[in-house]
Design a binder for this molecule. Structure first.
Ligand code: TMP
Length: 212
């Protein structure tokens, strides 16, 4: 499919994704790539509304399957309204979290297992990232880096976050070509360089799409 590049960032809370995403957008735009920066849950008005419901600390009674379905619903709207149209228009899409987050958080963290993949196959409409940067760090370190009030997911006990971490490790093991593990304890500059290097390699492979 002759479409734009789809790049996702994953990792536990506090892993420094946002900083790297902003840097990457600037870098790609300076090289002439029209770039759409978006996030999950969110990226459209409807999906941002769903985000508020999911992360609201008042919704402590939310059932795990309801949570997984809400993430998938937000994703469905986002894919249909933002991601797919951008990719079809040959734009590069950088997305802060995507389906891997659901597998890690709801599949492993909430122990919903394969149900999460099945639900999300409807939501993603056949698209998958070309490359995923997984900024990994111990959940306890990540939590310590969050300087605002915790949302409903961040308030979960340590065991939940450790299971999410294991989920990410499993995902990386099963998708070694797509998922690039990055040690998020490294400096911002070191991480930036590592991301650039991997992206260069991918762009070389995709040179039939992009006029480099
Ligand atoms: P954010 O703080 O990185 O924007 O993400 C919001 C929270 O939602 C974060 O704790 C990870 C979680 N999350 C899931 O549990 N499942 C998902 O599918 C996504 C996209 C995020």
């Amino acid at each position: 499919m002759n479409r734009g590049l789809f790049i996702t960032f994953e990792g536990p809370d506090g892993s420094g994704k946002s900083t790297q995403i902003k840097k990457l957008k600037i870098k790609l735009e300076s090289r002439g790539f029209e770039t759409v920066l978006t996030r999950e849950p969110g990226g459209t008005a409807i999906s941002e509304n769903i985000r508020e419901i999911i992360l609201d600390v008042k919704n402590s009674e939310m059932d795990s399957l309801t949570e997984a379905l809400l993430y998938a619903a937000a994703r469905s709207q986002h894919v249909n309204q933002v991601i797919l149209p951008a990719l079809k228009a040959s734009k590069t899409v950088i997305c802060d979290r995507f389906m891997d987050s659901s597998i890690a958080y709801q599949g492993y963290g909430r122990k919903l297992g394969d149900q999460v993949r099945i639900i999300n196959e409807y939501a993603v409409r056949g698209i998958s990232p070309d490359i995923t940067f997984l900024l990994l760090l111990e959940p306890s370190i990540g939590k310590g880096r969050i300087k605002r009030e915790y949302d409903r997911l961040e308030l979960e006990q340590n065991k939940f976050h450790e299971d999410v971490y294991q989920g990410y490790m499993e995902l990386a093991k099963c998708n070694p070509k797509r998922i690039i593990i990055i040690d998020a304890t490294k400096s911002i500059i070191e991480i930036e360089k590592e991301i650039e290097l991997h992206l260069e390699k991918l762009l070389l492979k995709k040179r039939e799409i992009y006029d480099l």
